[in-house]
Design a binder for this molecule. Structure first.
Ligand code: NDP
Ligand code: GDR
Length: 366
């Protein structure tokens, strides 16, 4: 039975604290951990509108005793609340998923991104140290394939050198190394998951995959004319978030902490994602022109459905990501389940079930 109130659970039931619980990965990880019988605590930041939509199905009335999901207000930029929540919860495991996670937005908010993503990670690690939980609480850091940045080696593995190409990636580089340092300096069970892009129907609407699937559904339903994109030749190793949270959990079940790449080992361009999404609604995209003058047309009707808008180009781009997940497979038995085609299909099916009415004016989207 769950321990009532706060604190470490009894009877072998584990307690986890998830920062970023309201995000895409937070929702899938909550589902996974609740399914394994954990008591899950989540850090959510105050917002003027509801920001818990992704975890609504798991919500429990605060008046219910023995809750298995408990939310706490907090922010990665505020040490005081992080220390207080960690002291109160004394979790067996912390999954640090909270971050300003949008690469392009990080060029516009570089200092905030560094504060939340880099120093925020330090705040949690040091809270564990000063609270005397360094030897008992296991820590997962949401590191990223963006660390590889400029292409130096393909495929990218745990030994590939880093070369961050954005304020986001530079902040995550600090978070990666401070996690390694606290592991080595204080003997903490702290691990980095170097995760390549992972998507789902719960993906934030301004990341390219979700922007595409929403627009394709809206164009299909006649509520949007065209999809505007930036660099359609960028290539990413896209997997499904559901598979990747399984890998996060596995990292914290290993006897020794370590760093692992999670990826599918396949790469596709943004252009290919567009084609796959349109093909789901029976549209064959024909590309004409080049560079910023390139456009995508519906081959059957001749209608223009994709155009390039330079505002979506990034000051520095990451051209090619392709991960090598061999270590995760060999040491933890992890591998992805959902492939590229099935991912696009699942995302498109979810958009169409939503009526395709979620399409927004495209210039409001990153
Ligand atoms: P999301 O952007 O969907 O979620 C980010 C979460 O962090 C949200 O819950 C958000 O809250 C919260 N958050 C943002 N800023 C703060 C802050 N200052 N204080 C407290 N909470 C904050 O990201 P994902 O779920 O996709 O990714 C999870 C983590 O994994 C991130 O750290 C991301 O950088 C990293 N990552 C993601 C990959 C991917 O492909 N998805 C790949 C590799 C790494 P709110 O809901 O209120 O906005
Ligand atoms: P990324 O994801 O930057 O890889 O970071 P995103 O989906 O934003 O971009 C992927 C690629 O698509 C190109 N692109 C566009 N991107 C967006 N958002 N909007 C557009 O209109 C557009 N047109 C082309 C981008 O230039 C880029 O090359 C994600 C985030 O989840 C990070 O937090 C995480 O660390 C990495 O994945 C791994």
């Amino acid at each position: 039975m769950a321990q009532s109130g706060e604190g470490r659970s009894v009877n072998g039931q584990k307690t986890a604290l998830i920062t970023g619980i309201t995000g895409q990965d937070g929702a899938y990880l909550t589902e996974l951990l609740l399914g394994k019988g954990y008591v899950v605590h989540g850090l959510k930041r105050r917002s003027s509108s509801f920001n818990t939509g992704r975890i609504e199905q798991f919500y429990q009335d605060p008046h219910v005793a023995d809750r298995s999901l408990v939310l706490h207000y907090g922010d990665m930029t505020d040490s005081t609340n992080l220390i207080r929540v960690i002291q109160q919860v004394r979790p067996d495991e912390i999954y640090n998923l909270a971050a300003q996670s949008h690469v392009q937005v990080s060029f516009e908010t570089p200092e905030y991104t560094a504060n939340a993503d880099a120093i925020g990670t330090l705040r949690i690690l040091d809270a564990l140290r000063i609270l005397g939980l360094g030897q008992t609480t296991r820590f997962y850091q949401a590191s990223t394939s963006e660390l590889y940045g400029k292409v130096r080696e393909v495929p990218q593995s745990e030994t590939t050198p880093f070369y961050p190409r954005s304020p986001y990636a530079a902040a995550k580089l600090y978070a990666y190394w401070i996690t390694v340092n606290y592991r080595e300096a204080y003997g903490m069970h702290a691990s980095n998951g170097i995760l390549f892009n992972h998507e789902s129907p719960l993906r934030g609407e301004t990341f390219v995959t979700r922007k595409i699937t929403r627009a394709v559904a809206a164009i299909h339903n006649g509520t949007q004319d065209r999809l505007f994109l930036g660099n359609i030749d960028a290539k990413r190793d896209w997997g499904h978030a559901r598979d990747y949270v399984q890998g996060m959990w596995l990292m914290l079940q290993q006897s020794e902490p370590d760093d692992y790449v999670l990826a599918t080992g396949e790469t596709h361009s943004v252009r290919e994602f567009v084609e796959a999404a349109f093909s789901h609604v029976g549209v064959d995209v024909e590309w004409r022109g080049a560079g910023i003058d390139e456009k995508g047309f519906d081959r059957t009707s001749g209608r223009e459905i994709v155009a390039i808008d330079p505002q979506y180009f990034r000051p520095t781009e990451v051209d090619l990501l392709l991960g090598d997940p061999t270590k995760a497979k060999q040491k933890m038995g992890w591998s992805h389940v959902t492939n590229f085609r099935d991912l696009v299909s699942e995302m498109m099916a979810a958009e169409l079930a939503d009526g395709g009415k979620t399409g927004l004016p495209t210039n409001a989207q990153r």
